[in-house]
Ligand binder design. Structure first.
Ligand SMILES: Cc1ncc(C[n+]2csc(CCOP(=O)(O)OP(=O)(O)O)c2C)c(N)n1
Length: 1053
């Protein structure tokens, strides 16, 4: 599909030649006045140079411009005008020079500045310098304002400004005409109008062919001159085209930091930047050999296996290696990477250096899996490897994170793990640990989590201090071409939201790729901000090796078939330059082929596949050598009375001097103190006790989510704000004891997918941290469903790595409408891996074994003490499992939802089931109904039972740990109340909540000998009514059913 309409650029109205419009004169006058006001006195002016370039002046790093400070909308398409920063720079520079020595500037500038100083009316002050050829520098002797009429003078100044504009146009839009596409077929219109840069477009700038050999002074906003400060227009254009319009296209002019823009200009404009030594070229060729021959080897051996080969983007391997080399030389010790399917095996083999035989044996269909769990396909597995970097001579740890098929889902996970490693190694500026994210073009543009991840990049508690993004832009997504896949010009436009520079590069030019990657890593390691490398390439095969691409992209693939391989092209280039001989090249190829063959032979010796050899995050010392827990028990999660009192005291106070808290908060703190005097805890205090005590034990605690610092329901207040001083805050939890671990509590961006992924990644880095993510309301967790399904519930089964993340999901039917009621317990429970039909073998360590074998734990605590215990248990367990907690809303302040210290003292534990401890327990035979329930409905049932004076007839048993299901304890209750009918009561609708999960398990528990009845709302599409009255009616109805002893009489079971 060749297309000529590619990469057109908006035309700007050509200025009139030979005359300078009044508008511009006025603007110039304004700039002059502003410049004069800002400049230093005459005596301090540095040495000057004339327009014809007689003297040079050092660049002042503190140079001010007219750029706006702070975050600003990008203005890539904006034409530079006289009022733009760069034009004002030019005039300002002239003015400085003139102030220093009026004779050192051209006569016309002298006239102009004298007029301006004499405060001529706007417009009349302007006078153009004469043409360069006629300029004779000489000190002006006339002090009075001059009037200039010479049109040549006007043209010269105008032309200089136009040249300046032209230079800027290349910097802004040169990438539009860069030769980025190896296939030269790109159909992606960047704009609808024709191109306005290039020597054939001089007219757009008021310039003419006859100006090409005139010499122009270069502004300081360009580095094309190298050591020269003026060049002919012809040479200016040639150098700009070399810098911006060849195989590299640089998008950066939207960055509103002058220093950063200058840095990039210097990197891409300086003459000779793309010169490589013979040694560098040979290394690059060897890397291209590895990348290319690896895919060819796999194709030869397993021609009908999917491998999502890299053919068409082989330069990804040298690209990544360059980033790693460069970063290692700058001091980076650990690089964490995330990437999709394309080229993943190649990256594992040639970048992370996974043993080739381990990769090859993944292709063997006969090998059995050694580990429990599902395992995963080979192009999803992760890897961790420490190796010596040859360039820097330093060790670098490389991790490639395991990921699901769900494109881009791993991005925030990588960032979280990177943040954690930075945190644990005290790397507060990201100098030792960094991340690289590799993307496909379609996924980068299409997946919203990319945007969410970018928005974390500069937030204090989430920044990883710069990520290098590499896009494998093969100009197709499965069968969809970019014209149908995105609305933006480039797939990388999403990165502009954080002002990340974007370096597009033709991936068929390995040297250009290498250079760009060097600059990208230098950028990251200099500014600690994100940067994007867009490898514009193609996909030689179909989406996978079995796929026929000609069905849908016939013309593109006709072109691809004719496309010579990049390795061959590069080898021929180097042979042409006499950098390598044909024989050397062939030897390099043969050497790598032999490495592959030897590894292939070794892979035949493998008898079994071990997923644990593919761990991306090892936890040294946490397990035994064979990966088992060190014990199968959990100590008491209780605390001493003194500890409870001490942490409580911190929670009830402001532990710093001179800090004014809100009066409402003072009341909250006082209420806490009152409660503590009574040795009691509400929800917030229970949480305080759990987190505070873990911190005291040296366990890092991180609580993240929307508005978690105060708590959505204003109950937590973990960050206090001084009422008089901006940004003065206090985190009392960090004042518990001097040797405690750090508590991180952070309000997140308004994202679930990105932030939950991030926290999951954080939790992966170490087992010795409690990482909690709280949803604002549990309902919103489903925008992060991919992280929950693909990582949290199934991650261990697929990738062997355990994870102890905690999800706090506010849940409860309180008449708040369909969207603030349900955290969807049914969904979490449906994904639990315990068997509903098999009553387990209950041995002494049953509870522990059950936890060990589950994929996650799901709890709904009804008391602060139980919440306290379950959080502490998370760390005291000898293994890690995700914990899903349905947390309360109204119970946060419910007077009955309090716990005595007695339930938190040494020897106490999390209670999986809370039996009825009242009258029913004293006379079990009298109990007619045994109601099992979970969470807040217990308090409604309790109240109703009291109102109906049915304390002896109805037993209420709370199932606090829903999954893994406490078969043993539930059985004890059903046996205790042998005469009672068994009811499951819930406030959720019948097709929601816990019923579908609990019912078969209750039936299994009673051996299907007794019916299990249901008291609750009927089935419904929405989780809750939006009508308060209906809500209360529904509640009363279900309570009526629960306590109506005849409710189920005659019903079929
Ligand atoms: C979230 C998600 N949606 C859909 C898919 C199915 N899928 C697999 S690869 C692919 C195309 C990806 O294109 P691109 O990002 O350009 O990468 P490429 O395969 O071209 O390297 C699609 C749609 C997926 N894996 N993940």
């Amino acid at each position: 599909m060749p297309c000529d309409c590619m990469r057109s650029i908006r035309r700007t109205a050509p200025p009139q030649r030979g005359s300078i419009p009044q508008r511009r004169r006025d603007a110039m006058q304004r700039i002059m006045s502003a410049a004069a006001a800002r400049l230093r006195p005459l005596t301090t002016a540095p040495s000057a140079r004339t327009l014809s370039g007689s003297r040079s002046r050092p660049v002042r790093p503190d140079r001010r411009t007219l750029y706006l400070a702070g975050r600003q909308k990008s203005s890539v398409a904006a034409e530079p005008s006289l009022s733009s920063g760069s034009s004002s720079d030019y005039v300002e520079e002239m003015y400085r020079t003139w102030l220093d020595d009026p004779s050192s500037v051209h006569k016309s500038w002298d006239v102009f500045f004298r007029n301006a100083k004499a405060s001529a009316a706007p417009g009349s002050a302007y006078g153009s310098p004469p043409p360069l050829q006629r300029s004779l520098p000489g000190r002006a002797t006339v002090a009075a304002p001059l009037s200039l009429t010479d049109p040549d003078l006007e043209k010269l100044v105008g032309d200089h400004l136009e040249v300046h504009t032209l230079i800027r146009a290349y910097q802004v839009r040169g990438h539009h005409i860069a030769k980025l596409d190896p296939l030269d077929i790109s159909c992606v219109d960047l704009d609808d109008a024709p191109c306005s840069i290039g020597s054939h477009n001089l007219g757009s700038y008021g310039l003419h062919e006859s100006d090409l050999d005139k010499v122009f002074r270069l502004p300081k906003t360009t580095f094309i001159g190298g050591s020269e400060d003026s060049l002919t227009l012809r040479e200016i254009i040639r150098r700009l085209e070399a810098a911006y319009c060849q195989h590299i296209g640089v998008e950066f002019m939207f960055i509103n930091d002058v220093h950063q823009c200058q840095w990039i200009r210097r990197k891409f404009e300086s003459p000779g930047i793309l010169r490589f030594s013979a040694e560098e070229k040979r290394t690059l060729l060897a890397r291209m050999v590895q990348s290319t021959r690896f895919e060819e080897f796999l194709q030869r051996k397993w021609s009908s296996e999917k491998r999502f080969g890299l053919e068409g983007c082989e330069s990804l391997i040298p690209a990544l290696k360059t980033i790693i080399d460069q970063s290692s030389s700058s001091g980076v010790e650990s690089v964490i990477m995330g990437m999709p399917h394309r080229g993943r095996l190649n990256v594992l083999a040639n970048v992370v250096r996974k043993e080739l035989d381990q990769i090859f044996c993944q292709f063997d269909p006969k090998l059995e899996a050694a580990d429990e769990g599902s395992g995963d396909v080979k192009y999803h597995l992760g890897m961790f490897h420490k190796r010596m970097n040859r360039l820097s001579d330093k060790n670098v740890t490389l991790s490639l994170m395991a990921n699901p098929s769900h494109l881009e889902a791993v991005d925030p996970v990588v960032q979280g793990k990177t943040k954690a490693e930075q945190f644990y190694s005290g790397d507060s500026e990201g100098k030792k640990v960094m991340s690289i994210l590799i993307h496909g073009d379609a996924a980068f543009a299409g997946q919203g989590v990319v945007y969410e991840t970018f928005h974390l990049s500069d937030l204090p508690s989430y920044t990883t201090h710069g990520t290098v993004h590499v896009v494998v832009n093969n100009q197709i997504g499965f069968t969809t071409d970019p014209r149908m896949a995105r609305s933006s010009a480039y797939p990388t436009d999403v990165a502009r939201v954080v002002n990340a520079p974007i370096f597009h590069v033709n991936a068929d030019d390995p040297e250009a790729v290498t250079y760009v990657c060097k600059v990208a890593s230098e950028w990251r390691n200099t500014f600690h901000k994100d940067v994007v490398v867009d490898l514009v390439c193609f996909r030689r095969n179909g989406h996978n090796e079995m796929d026929e691409p000609m069905f849908t992209q016939p013309l593109m693939y006709k072109r691809i078939k004719k496309q010579k391989g990049v390795l061959l092209k590069y080898a021929e280039k180097l042979m042409g330059e006499a950098v390598v001989t044909m024989q050397e090249y062939q030897e390099e190829v043969a050497k790598y082929d032999k490495i592959c063959e030897d590894a292939y032979a070794r892979s035949k010796d493998e008898k079994i596949l071990h997923i644990k050899h593919w761990l991306d995050s090892p936890w040294p010392g946490f397990f035994t050598a064979d990966g088992r827990p060190k014990m199968m028990s959990c100590p008491s999660t209780g605390l001493s009375e003194e500890q409870l009192a001490h942490i409580g005291m911190v929670a009830a106070s402001v532990p710093v001097e001179d800090f004014t808290v809100h009066t409402g908060l003072s009341r909250v703190l006082k209420a806490r103190a009152d409660m503590l005097r009574k040795r009691a805890c509400d929800w917030a205090l229970g949480e305080y006790m759990a987190l505070g005590s873990l911190l005291q034990q040296g366990v890092h605690v991180r609580l993240s989510g929307q508005d978690v610092e105060r708590g959505t329901f204003s109950h937590r207040h973990h960050v206090l704000h001084d009422q008089n001083v901006d940004k003065k805050t206090c985190v009392p939890m960090n004042h518990i004891s001097p040797d405690q671990a750090t508590y991180t509590v952070c309000n997140s961006s308004l994202s679930e997918y990105g932030v939950l992924g991030f926290e999951l990644g954080f939790a992966m880095a170490s087992p010795n941290a409690l990482v909690l993510w709280e949803a604002q309301f549990g309902d919103f967790h489903n925008t992060a469903q991919c992280i929950i399904d693909q990582f949290i519930s199934s991650g261990q089964a697929k990738w062997f790595r355990q994870n102890g993340i905690v999800l706090l999901l506010p849940h409860g039917m309180e008449g708040m409408g369909p969207e603030h009621s349900s955290a969807r317990p049914e969904r979490f429970l449906q994904m639990c891996n315990d068997d509903q039909d098999v009553f387990p073998n209950v041995r002494e360590d049953f509870a522990m074994r059950q936890l060990y074998h589950c994929n996650w734990m799901v709890v709904n605590c009804s008391t602060p003490a139980n919440y306290f215990h379950v959080l502490r248990r998370q760390i005291l367990l000898p293994f890690r499992k995700p914990l899903i907690v349905f947390t309360p809303k109204s119970l946060l302040r419910h007077p009955d939802a309090r716990s005595s210290f007695d339930h938190m003292l040494p020897g106490t534990h999390f209670r999986r089931v809370i039996p009825d401890e009242g009258p029913p327990a004293a006379q079990p035979p009298n109990v007619k109904r045994l109601i099992f329930c979970s969470g807040k409905i217990y308090y409604d049932l309790e109240r109703e039972r009291k109102n109906r004076a049915m304390d002896t007839a109805v037993a209420l048993v709370r199932v606090e740990q829903l999954s893994p299901f406490p078969f043993d304890l539930v059985k004890a209750e059903t046996e205790r109340y042998a005469n009672a009918d068994v009811v499951w009561c819930q406030e959720e609708h019948k097709n929601q909540g816990y019923y579908d999960y609990v019912k078969p398990r209750l039936q299994t528990t009673v051996g299907h000998t007794r019916p299990v009845w249901y008291a609750g709302r009927g089935p419904a599409a929405a989780p809750a009514t939006g009508n308060k009255h209906t809500h209360l009616m529904e509640l009363q109805r279900l309570l009526n059913t629960a306590f109506d002893m005849d409710a189920f009489a005659g019903n079929n079971y």
